[in-house]
Design a protein around this ligand. Structure first.
Ligand SMILES: [Zn+2]
Length: 333
């Protein structure tokens, strides 16, 4: 079947080197006899929706922040380090007003929802006997707005917990802009919250997809491959490199799927599909102890039997697997 006549052929944009060694954009026509990958946005990804107006311009308005903090309509969630208070049922975050909370602590302005300002207050110790949970423990139970506020708050709290001193001069850091900037008291260098990009990818070959597992995982657990982006590396190159390093498989047609903030402590998971050009697997035995090709039928049958356990419903890995499979699958971590 010639390129262009095939109903499922796609134009793939690639980058090629010119004779002079300078990078220039190029186009290459690739005949693809496999179905196209699911489009970005075609599958829900937890934590990947906009839940609140971050109102970033208010972070620098000290008078507004002070007045709003004390307003009885303002909702404040205390965080003990990075732990959050949840109701006894574990299905909702416990919000407070300022007069119910200690005066000390780091105030983080999260944003607005339905006219109400929302803050987090980072304290060292629990302020009462409420149940304190990690975000990961209760994430699946939380409402979408609460999960959105909490992923913002926990990301900031993790950043503050891990950044006590200036990386340039070792001076003490002071929070500014409602907790979204840290400034060195000695050299005045500013720091901003950071996210570390990591690629996570569903590698396919015909009707089969490649999943891997780590040695320390419980038996039967498999997931999509993933890895951190190297300095100076494009996302697509990171996909190609990580798959090759972990499994020896060579991939092409790297196609964006969607992304998910994962602030434990500071990752941003960026999901892709990629097509395998080779199928022989050689696992690295460091990050990955086993990798296998699964057909859709094998995936369904083994997931139903419990011999294959797929990642949890909140993970972008799960979204990738189910987007490729074409529907929900049973069982999860
Ligand atoms: Zn400094």
């Amino acid at each position: 079947m010639s390129p262009g006549s095939a109903p499922m052929c796609v134009l793939t944009r690639v980058t090629v080197s010119s004779r002079h060694g300078r990078l220039a954009p190029g186009r290459r026509v690739v005949a693809v006899t496999e179905p196209p990958f699911p489009a970005p946005g075609s599958t829900d990804i937890a934590l990947s929706v906009r839940t609140h107006d971050r109102a970033g311009h208010k972070r620098v308005d000290a008078a507004w922040l002070a007045a709003t903090w004390a307003d009885p309509s303002t909702r404040i969630v205390p965080l003990a380090g990075t732990r959050l208070p949840v109701t006894a049922a574990g299905d909702a975050v416990r919000w407070h007003t300022a007069d119910e909370l200690p005066a000390d602590g780091l105030q983080l302005f999260l944003g607005m929802l339905e006219g109400a300002a929302h803050f987090a207050l980072v304290v060292e110790e629990p302020t009462d006997a409420a149940r304190w949970a990690t975000f990961r423990e209760v994430l699946q139970e939380l409402s979408e707005p609460d999960a959105g506020f909490m992923v913002h708050a926990v990301a900031l709290a993790e950043w503050h917990a891990g950044h006590r001193f200036c990386p340039r001069c070792g001076g003490r850091l002071k929070a500014r802009d409602a907790g979204h900037v840290l400034v060195c008291e000695q050299c005045a260098r500013q720091q901003f919250p950071r996210s570390d990009p990591a690629v996570i990818m569903m590698v396919t070959h015909g009707d089969r997809a490649l999943l891997g597992r780590q040695d320390r995982w419980p038996e039967g657990r498999y997931s999509t491959l993933a890895g951190f982006v190297d300095p100076g590396e494009s996302l697509e190159d990171a996909v190609v490199r990580e798959v090759a390093e972990e499994t020896g498989v060579r991939v092409t047609d790297v196609t964006y799927f969607g992304n998910q903030p994962w602030p434990f402590p500071q990752s941003l998971m960026i999901g892709f599909f990629a097509r395998a050009e080779t199928t022989e697997i050689t696992v690295d035995q460091e990050e990955i102890s086993d990798a296998r090709w699964f057909s859709r039928e094998e995936l369904k049958a083994q997931a139903e039997a419990g011999t294959l356990v797929l990642p949890g419903g909140i993970s972008i890995s799960r979204s990738l697997v189910e987007a490729w499979y074409g529907g929900p699958l049973p069982g999860q971590w």
